[in-house]
Design a protein around this ligand. Structure first.
Ligand code: AMP
Ligand code: GLY
Length: 395
């Protein structure tokens, strides 16, 4: 089988790496890819947002399965385009991906199907939103409805900060259309975890839990980022907690999509806050997490190609994936200055001395690997426990 992965980050390198190990796979291609995906397969110079170009390529090259990384490619309808042309693709269609691309849509879905989440109000009118701010507890959370590159969530410590956030989104259009609606949400206290589950029309398969690390600097200091590392499994997410997540989130989600007639075939990745009142959903992502994928796939013993084909054929129920009991830790090596300004084009050496390194912002140049982004590498260590895995990654 020829398999095409869309995207260019560490998540996509991990996907290519795992898919290429399948006996079903003859070639992995990645569009547009990075220097790491080029080592596993072949990079194709088509940007992830060129939906028609990607579908043309998949048709010409007789691609048997396409796997989508980025949220905005899904929100733009890549799955509808491929399926319309009879091409097999793993991911939710545009209507289903709205569960990630519109937080208001997701909130309404959760309310309708009794999935626990933070209480909230949704507004497109600035005056109404500002009135609402008079009656909420602080800190409160102000969120842009749409995809905003992970920057559309503001934790406001007081009314003044909340007002500033509302005005920047609804009046100054700081996030463009993504912020033409806002949610004002109750601030939840607890520990976060990342849950992944593959869905088809009649069942789902949950992955082990993971947790990502957001702050930029060592010692949990520095600005919030898109993820500076991940670990799996988080020690506090025990079997009882997982069962509670199945009961309150994952099973109601399946019943919900069935009831609403949402054709969700793909990865659901709910961000969950484990609160004193049980698990509550912070957001739905409709794709593999980055850098969560970099710790989950090294722990998966089963064939990922087989699993994704089962999902696209609605026969996931036949599958029982096997997982490695060893823990995994991924540490992101970032460019100096990230998530602010940083240099690009700096050479990287020593890659061949490390065991498991997923490339994110890298590219090949004159036979060398150079930096091409903020998050550059995801270095993964595995071990009998998290401490050993972490030590191995740092080494
Ligand atoms: P989201 O994109 O909605 O997951 O939000 C990004 C991050 O903001 C989350 O991972 C949380 O750390 C934080 N966050 C979002 N919503 C809330 C909330 N209601 N209470 C506390 N923290 C939140
Ligand atoms: N690590 C969080 C995400 O992929 O959105």
């Amino acid at each position: 089988m020829k398999i095409l992965v869309i995207g260019s980050g560490g998540r996509e390198h991990a996907l290519c790496w795992k898919l290429a190990q399948s006996p079903l796979c003859t070639e992995v291609l990645c569009a547009p890819g990075n220097a790491g995906t080029a080592r596993v397969g072949r990079n194709v110079d088509i940007p992830a947002n060129n939906i028609a170009g990607l579908a043309d390529f998949a048709q010409e090259q007789n691609i048997d399965l396409t796997v989508v990384g980025p949220d905005d490619t899904l929100a733009a309808g890549v799955v509808d385009e491929f399926e319309g042309r009879g091409l097999r693709i793993f991911g939710p269609n545009r209507a289903a991906a709205k569960l990630e691309s519109s937080k208001t849509f997701a909130k309404e879905f959760m309310r309708r199907h009794n999935i626990p989440t933070a209480a909230s109000g949704e507004f497109s009118d600035s005056a109404e939103a500002l009135r609402f701010l008079d009656n909420v507890h602080y800190p409160a959370v102000v969120k842009a409805d749409g995809l905003a590159l992970g920057k559309g969530v503001i934790i406001a410590q007081d009314r003044r900060e909340a007002e500033e956030a509302v005005r920047s989104m609804l009046e100054e259009k700081r996030f463009g259309d993504a912020g033409s609606q806002v949610l004002i949400e109750e601030f939840l206290v607890g520990t976060e975890c990342s849950i992944h589950a593959i869905y088809d029309a009649t069942s789902y398969l949950a992955f082990p839990a993971a947790r990502d690390h957001k702050r930029a600097h060592d010692g949990d200091e520095g600005p919030n980022t898109g993820g500076m590392g991940t670990l799996s499994p988080p020690p506090d997410v025990d079997a009882t907690t997982m069962e509670l997540i199945h009961e309150t989130v994952l099973r109601p989600f399946l019943r919900g999509i069935q009831k609403d007639g949402i054709a969700f075939r793909g990865m659901l990745f709910p961000g969950i806050m484990l609160t004193g009142d049980g698990p509550k959903v912070l957001e739905f992502n409709c794709r593999f997490g980055d850098p969560e994928t970099q710790v989950l796939l090294p722990r998966l013993k089963s064939d990922l190609v087989d699993m994704l084909l089962a999902a696209t054929d609605n026969r996931l129920a036949e599958h029982t994936p096997e997982w490695n009991s060893r823990a995994a830790v991924c540490i992101v090596m970032a460019s100096g200055g990230y998530p602010g300004d940083y240099a690009k084009g700096l050479p990287i050496s020593g890659l061949d001395d490390a065991q498991l390194v997923f490339h994110a912002g890298t590219r090949g140049e004159d036979g060398m690997v150079v930096t091409a982004g903020g998050r550059v590498l995801g270095v993964v260590g595995m071990g009998a426990d998290l401490a050993t895995a972490r030590a191995e990654a740092y080494e």
